[in-house]
Design a protein around this ligand. Structure first.
Ligand code: WA2
Length: 268
């Protein structure tokens, strides 16, 4: 009888974990797809119309009304690429100076990525150079070189919640589709991205599922297999003997690997 009960518990663990992994991956994927569409919106209305047919109010309105399409993102924003030679005219035109993510006036840099459009939920990044944060900067460089969506490792967002940042590059309209890395960098106009507030929005998602009380769910960035980084959940003490199940996750950035580990809260 005991073995049958154990097997039943194990099957339950596997199916609950797979359900959660599938839900998380799906909600992640729809959010990424919609950010992709926003990158195209900026390319179309900011860069392919002269003068630009987009402004902060329009961007804020559109992103607020479509936020249901991005269930795991706390907010999206557009940061423009500004090279140092253009800094002065950019600041004069905007009427504000570029600040670092520590809210200090930006020191001289080769280039900057100040946020010019933002969803109201992340309005605190308006005017900040997103290249002044290590994780955001790495994302910006990797996205523009590849032309693809990229994710940061998990880190404390400016909201103070644990999460990851998603970045899509936006290019000027003269970039050929078979462009080399070098041409991509030169043709970069800016970066459309958003913050996955994993800590609070994934909590919300899991709370709605049956069995939430009995299950402990952890998500890890295992890009570096010997140094797993917690992306969601609390650290489980090493040597925890209770049975666990691991589900692979695909968040769409082939450079990063993630997985979910589920356990019963109390040993079955
Ligand atoms: N957005 C919101 N909160 C953050 C954050 C971020 N980055 N970084 C740290 N906390 C405009 O890649 C371009 C958004 C960065 C995009």
């Amino acid at each position: 009888f005991r073995r049958a009960a154990m097997r039943k518990a194990e099957e339950g663990l596997v199916s609950m974990c797979e359900e959660r992994a599938r839900m998380l991956q799906d909600q992640f994927a729809v959010s990424v797809n919609h950010v992709h569409a926003l990158a195209i919106l900026v390319a179309t209305f900011h860069y392919e119309k002269h003068p630009p047919a987009l402004d902060q109010d329009t961007f804020a309105d559109y992103t607020a009304r479509t936020s249901f399409e991005r269930p795991l993102l706390s907010g999206v924003a557009y940061a423009q690429r500004v090279v140092h030679a253009d800094r002065e005219s950019f600041e004069r035109q905007q009427g504000w100076i570029i600040k670092t993510m520590k809210h200090e006036p930006s020191p001289v840099q080769d280039e900057y990525a100040p946020v010019i459009y933002s969803q109201e939920t992340v309005s605190y990044i308006e005017g900040l150079d997103m290249m002044s944060g290590e994780e955001d900067r790495e994302n910006i460089l990797r996205s523009r070189a590849s032309g693809k969506a990229v994710l940061t490792r998990p880190f404390r967002l400016m909201s103070n919640h644990l999460g990851v940042v998603l970045t899509f590059p936006v290019y000027r309209d003269d970039l050929p589709s078979d462009a080399k890395e070098e041409d991509r960098v030169t043709a970069t106009a800016g970066y459309l991205g958003g913050a996955f507030d994993v800590e609070s929005l994934v909590e919300n998602l899991l709370r709605q599922l049956a069995g939430n009380q009995e299950l402990v769910v952890n998500v890890y960035d295992v890009t570096n297999n010997s140094n797993p980084l917690v992306m969601y959940g609390s650290e489980v003490p090493l040597g925890n003997p209770s049975p666990s199940h691991i589900c692979m996750l695909d968040f769409g950035d082939p450079y990063r690997k993630h997985h979910m580990i589920c356990r019963y809260r109390n040993k079955p």
